[in-house]
Design a protein around this ligand. Structure first.
Ligand SMILES: Nc1ncnc2c1ncn2[C@@H]1O[C@H](COP(=O)(O)OP(=O)(O)O)[C@@H](O)[C@H]1O
Ligand SMILES: O=P(O)(O)OC[C@H](O)CO
Length: 497
């Protein structure tokens, strides 16, 4: 008889909240999705309304649970995966946030990071966390909220406030304010947690001025996180898996052996390389981080984070209005032979790895009277591949040369881009049948804890290839395109004004 157990994975992403029902065999039974507002209060600032994060998450989770029931499935557990680093501080009494969520892309704390760097603290932070001193991570965002909301520091001192990344906030709401937890992968993105210790670090808390009273408890990625309150979803459901979305995607892509690598193309682009049971210190400004922690055992990763990939396509759609749907970019890119010499460097909120230039802003080069929207669309897609190559170059300088790359995320559907990516990286690019790998990873962690999966090998054996893109560009063309890109990035980093 078919197994009727299902896992609902909540995927709370940067632009939308999704809930996906997975059958016990890893196949998808239903998907629910709601977009929510992006708030840009100033240049380089990005916020979300925590109530919108919650209301969209609640709506899609209820929809998914109903869809599971309609399909004759019994939801055995929930898994949660989320946009990482995004920071929320809320009132423990009311559960209401005291400020909008400060999103991972937000650069408002660049000045604080620069001062800490001048104080010579970067090495300590990197040694302890594997990360860099950059506004990307949660610590300076949390301190900013405490310093800019009236009375927040006093309330924090009285133990009235809680801090969390989005997983933690959702757990608080799902459990009716009973449970304040996070998982090891989300904690590893705060700049407050020791990468090897897996615990909040007193010295880092003092450096970033984040009071310990604010912090959630850290658990493994597959663990008993707590049960949902019946008033929230109508059922008591155990949450058995949590991981940050890029780490969950690495699990969903079955990157379980050292050297396995995936790249996820959503709003940003994140490359994660499994480095096994030892953390690797990058000499090229990549991040040392967790891949996952299961049964108390940490598996580490090297990560490259690019802030803008799908967001450049959103900008073409919503900012410039030159396309109506993201998928149009594929046809547009194919409709021209090349970009006509146009390079678009989408440093909308600075540049992430390997440059970590918080002050850089986007630029376009080589525009002529003949430049049309097809050239623009193609240049936008090309930029995504070039930025991935910048990460691969940094990895190569760290002594890592991957043989193939597994891809996923919304943009992985773009066949033209995936072929160009293979051409620019000069390695094959593999796209799996299930590109909802982020949700799949969260579901797999929950299934492991629920005993539905015996081990992560069950994920590896159900990973199936949809399409493999083989590199076919001549080395001379690749070199020419890349030297144009390198020049464009260098010019983007020159300050104007
Ligand atoms: N066919 C496509 N071609 C290019 N970009 C696409 C395509 N489909 C989706 N996108 C882009 O991918 C992003 C959505 O991916 P998704 O993985 O859902 O992102 P997130 O989890 O960050 O919200 C959007 O920025 C969208 O513009
Ligand atoms: O929401 P995504 O998929 O763009 O992922 C966001 C990342 O977790 C930020 O570090």
């Amino acid at each position: 008889m078919a197994d009727s157990r299902a896992i609902v994975a909540i995927d709370q992403g940067t632009t939308s909240s999704r809930a996906i029902v997975f059958r016990a065999d890893g196949s998808i039974a239903a998907v629910a999705q709601r977009e929510f507002r992006q708030i840009y209060p100033a240049s380089g600032w990005v916020e979300h309304d925590p109530e919108e994060i919650w209301s969209t998450t609640l709506a899609v989770t209820r929809e998914a649970i109903d869809a599971a029931a309609a399909a004759g499935l019994r939801v055995a557990a929930l898994g949660i995966t989320n946009q990482r680093e995004t920071t929320i501080v809320w009132d423990r009494e009311t559960g209401r946030a005291i400020h909008n969520a400060i999103v991972w892309q937000d650069r408002r704390t660049a000045g604080v990071c620069a001062r800490l760097r001048e104080d010579g603290l970067e090495d300590l932070v990197t040694d302890r966390t594997g990360l860099l001193l950059d506004p990307y991570f949660s610590a300076t965002k949390a301190a900013w909220i405490l310093d800019h909301v009236d009375g927040a520091r006093d309330r924090a001192a009285r133990g009235e406030l809680a801090f969390g990344t989005v997983d933690s906030f959702l757990m608080w709401r799902l459990t009716g304010g009973r449970v304040h937890v996070t998982d090891a992968t989300n904690a590893a993105r705060t700049n407050l947690c020791g990468l090897v210790s897996g615990e909040w670090d007193d010295e880092l808390l003092a450096i970033f001025q984040v009071p310990p009273s604010l912090l959630p408890e850290i658990r493994d990625c597959a663990a008993d996180f707590g049960e949902t309150d019946p008033s929230v979803l109508g059922h008591r459901l155990p949450v058995l898996g949590i991981a940050g979305d890029q780490q969950a995607a690495a699990v969903g892509q079955a990157c379980f052996r050292p050297g396995d690598i995936k790249s996820t193309y959503g709003t940003g682009c994140f490359v994660i390389l499994n480095t096994g049971d030892t953390p690797v210190r990058s000499h090229n400004r990549l991040l040392g981080t967790l891949c996952y922690r299961i049964g108390g055992k940490s598996t580490y990763a090297l990560e490259g984070a690019i802030f803008v990939s799908g967001a450049v396509v959103q900008w073409l759609r919503d900012g410039l209005g030159v396309i109506e749907r993201a998928a149009e970019t594929e046809h547009l890119a194919r409709s021209v032979e090349d970009t006509g010499g146009v390079y678009l460097v989408p440093a909308f909120t600075g540049l992430g790895a390997p440059f970590w230039d918080a002050e850089a802003r986007g630029a376009m080069f080589g525009v002529t009277r003949d430049t049309g929207r097809a050239h623009l669309a193609r240049a936008a897609l090309e930029a995504v591949a070039y930025q991935t190559r910048d990460l691969f170059r940094a990895m190569a300088e760290d002594g890592v040369k991957p043989g193939t790359l597994r891809v996923d995320g919304g943009m992985a559907a773009n066949n033209w881009l995936m072929q160009f990516l293979a051409d620019i990286l000069a390695i094959p690019v593999e796209r799996p049948v299930v590109t909802e790998t982020t949700a799949l990873g969260a579901a797999a962690l929950a299934a492991l804890q629920a005993g539905i999966y015996g081990s992560l090998d069950d994920v590896a054996s159900s990973w199936a290839l949809d399409r493999r893109f083989e590199p076919s560009m001549t080395p001379a063309t690749r070199r020419r395109l890349l030297s144009g890109w390198d020049a464009a990035v260098a010019r983007t980093r020159i300050r104007i004004g």
